[in-house]
Design a protein around this ligand. Sequence first.
Ligand code: PHE
Length: 347
Amino acid sequence: MNDLPASLETVRARFAEAAAAASNEETLEELRVAYLGRSGEVTAIRRGIGRLPPPQRPGAGKAINDAVAAMEDVLAQNRDRLAARSAQEALAQRIDVTFPATRPALGSLHPVRRIIDDACAYFERHGFAIVLGPELEPDYYNFDALNIPAEHPAREGFDSFWIRDDLLLRPHTSPMQIRTMQRHHPPVAIVAPGKCYRRDAVDARHLFQFHQIEGLLVAEGVHFGHLKGMLDGLCRALFGESQRVRFRPSFFPFTEPSAEVDTTCPKCRGEAPACSMCGGSGWIELGGAGMVHPNVLREVGYDPNAVSGWAFGFGAERLALTRYEVDDIRRFVDGDVDFLEQLGALA
Ligand code: PHE
């Protein structure tokens, strides 16, 4: 026991190091028992005093007492350290009821849905009914009844998805003209929005699944001027009061005369020769229109000498491209939440 001070010092240092590393009160208590407890290391050293020559005993006793006091200090310091840390943790975990809540992510209506709703609302204000019909149609509704007999070249213009020889995914909403007129006597005034399908390669202007809005008005004395007025009003309601509409002569088997309908490019208003939306023409094509062909009226049992009507079919994505000044139709279907949120924030 001659090297008592040295071995006490080693024990004390080992104890201090272990105590500093302790991460909880239990570990500290285990250390206290292991060093200072009844069968602890320091207690064992103290028991050795009895084997020392009597003159050395008081010195050894004092050295041990000093070491024990120092170790108890270390214990106390580390208890304080742990207590301070857990108080800090409690503070960090405290719920701050004044903290602003996390906003739940709210979706918004898809821009194509919105433009369809707005277009329908415009027609409803003018007394039109909204009708919905099947996306899978017999060729009768899609073609024959619309004055497009089998072998007619116009069938080729609708690159269709055929399900069976006589059943296809509708490439336009015009079948709803027939379905409506077969069910109701004139006058009829309807809009029929819905999905359409064509075997088109997807690019900036084409999707193989898209939406159309069909319109049909049949009554006594309906003429082309009514069509122009309604479509002009539609474009102003959707895109702004200064919007204009242009009709270009065209051909559809189910209308005569027929027209392609364009509206002023809202991006450049015809003033940018390299406009990314209209290619500099100043006009954006919305779809087809015309006066309902007498053959179509006859097919549904209407008398073409008693009633007349107009019809139109607009691409809903076209309307949305125009309103939101988007130059690639694929943006509407690629599920980009940032894009949808941006448009959702617009009026
Ligand atoms: N159904 C025609 C198309 O999809 C558009 C149209 C509808 C034309 C009604 C005239 C009248 O191309």
